[in-house]
Design a protein around this ligand. Structure first.
Ligand SMILES: Cc1cc2nc3c(=O)[nH]c(=O)nc-3n(C[C@H](O)[C@H](O)[C@H](O)COP(=O)(O)OP(=O)(O)OC[C@H]3O[C@@H](n4cnc5c(N)ncnc54)[C@H](O)[C@@H]3O)c2cc1C
Length: 429
């Protein structure tokens, strides 16, 4: 009991500390902006310098906003965002959108979140970075080189199988089509096997069983417990939630084949499960291979990029290169959007300091409270969980709103829900 009270007190202290850090940061930035006005320009002949940000999801989009809105008005720097997606992908709701027809809401229009930035301060490039060298980044489609004065790597993680963890499409229309195809496949299946007992697998299996109780749904997970990176309380609650819905859960088993053979899927133990749809929810990997030519030593065996506490890359030759979000090796067991956002803000602050003649002073220290998770267990139940690695707190909620956080996410990114010019609002059925 005392330990739990300590956990709550520590969380509240962290929240106050964060608010203080943000307030102090904005006062200091304003002060530097005023100082900057009386200085000679940092570049000769009005030359424009690029702060290139690769990836505009939680980490990159927040970095872009922090930089674009805090650079002084006469700064010679501009922000260049390189991102292949036409819209921000709201990853949290992808498992649900694989089951219920809310797919349009998972794609949030880019743009309004940066609307406070002065005219011409931000340039969007809709492409993918193929490689990076000391002078610039090379684009995949246009094959152009974009030079940088500062580089921010915010390329997160990818899933080879795409859904339900990531959408393997760049345009909204293609992404919507992929989600609709998955919904159709699940609707038409009789016996569904879900592989992977992390959040995506558990949520998808639970939603599918809730919506289609007549289907036989099996979840196969290679570890001793579901949600194995979290505490035992959440693990037990996730298993119980699936059992209550009627999902069959098989632990400590791996599939022997990656596709259905003669109406079955084989497990490594020799067991065969009848199956007409297989959904793989494993295998998210950090997206860092394009950095192999520039900083091979900084890439860890798991693919994350090693950083210093200031989030500069761990390579003394590259002080102008920063890394943030899921691709950054910052000592987090469960990478999450809150820590990606906070890292983005640290990077934004440090880059603005450097771009105004200072040095990077802010550091990122992981805080366990950022890893708070809300795991849905069917369309009307969820478990929220937080742990500092020693003590865990978790509580169950009845979800009266099946819309999850769709509208909040849109508003958070300064877009009116769900105005994207092509579809009227529709409720989850
Ligand atoms: C199903 C699911 C549910 C989740 N639920 C939660 C939750 O409830 N709470 C929470 O806090 N976190 C949650 N997460 C985790 C959260 O989504 C991630 O931590 C977060 O998305 C990380 O953000 P990021 O900006 O680092 O990278 P990503 O979101 O992975 O984005 C990377 C971006 O970089 C771009 N990119 C990649 N390569 C290139 C390239 N070569 N050139 C240009 N651009 C490139 C991509 O297009 C993408 O836009 C969930 C994740 C999943 C999959």
């Amino acid at each position: 009991m005392l330990q739990k009270a300590g956990l709550i007190a520590s969380f509240v202290a962290y929240a106050f500390n964060l608010l203080g850090e943000l307030a102090w940061g904005s006062i200091e930035t304003k002060y530097r902006q005023i100082q900057f006005l009386s200085r000679p320009p940092l570049t000769e002949h009005g030359e424009i310098r690029n702060i290139v940000i690769i990836g505009a999801s939680y980490a990159g989009y927040y970095t872009a906003r922090a930089i674009a809105s805090n650079l002084p008005p006469k700064s010679p720097y501009r922000v260049v965002i390189i991102e292949p997606h036409s819209h921000f992908h709201f990853t949290w709701v992808l498992p649900r959108c694989c089951v219920v027809d809310q797919e349009h809401k998972a794609f949030i229009p880019y743009g309004p979140f940066l609307k406070g930035a002065p005219e011409g301060r931000v340039r969007w490039v809709r492409d993918r970075v193929a490689k990076v060298d000391r002078d610039g980044v090379w684009l995949e489609k246009s094959r152009e080189q974009v030079p940088y004065a500062f580089l921010v790597i915010a390329t997160g993680a990818g899933a080879a199988e795409g859904l339900p963890s990531r959408v393997a499409a760049d345009s909204k229309a293609e992404g919507v089509a992929l989600l609709q195809e998955m919904q159709r496949n699940i609707r038409q299946a009789h016996r569904l096997v879900v592989v992977g007992g992390g959040a995506a697998g558990v949520e998808l299996a639970a939603d599918a069983k809730h919506k289609y109780p007549e289907k036989h749904i099996t979840l196969v997970h290679s570890r001793k417990a579901l949600m194995h990176r979290f505490g035992p309380g959440l693990q037990a609650a996730a298993l119980q939630g699936l059992e209550d819905l009627g999902v069959e859960t098989i632990l400590q088993e791996r599939t022997a084949t990656s596709s259905i053979v003669e109406g079955h899927i084989n497990l490594q133990s020799g067991r065969r499960i009848e199956c007409d749809l297989l959904v793989n929810c494993t295998g998210q990997k950090p997206t860092s291979s394009f950095m192999a030519g520039l900083a091979p030593e900084a890439i860890s065996p798991t693919g994350t990029i090693r950083t210093k506490p200031t989030l500069q890359i761990q390579d003394e030759k590259l002080p102008n290169v920063y890394v943030c979000g899921d691709v950054a090796a910052v000592g987090i067991d469960n990478p999450n959007a809150r820590s990606a956002i906070r890292q983005g803000m640290v990077v934004g602050y440090n880059v603005v300091r450097e771009a105004t003649g200072g040095s990077p002073t802010r550091t990122y220290n992981p805080f366990w409270g950022e890893g708070v998770i809300k795991l849905t267990l069917g369309l009307d139940k969820s478990i929220s969980h937080v742990s500092d690695g020693k003590t865990e707190l978790w509580w169950q909620s009845k979800e009266t709103n099946r819309e999850l956080m769709f509208a909040e996410a849109w508003k958070h990114l300064s877009v009116k829900p769900f105005e994207d010019g092509d579809r009227a609002e529709k409720q989850v059925e």
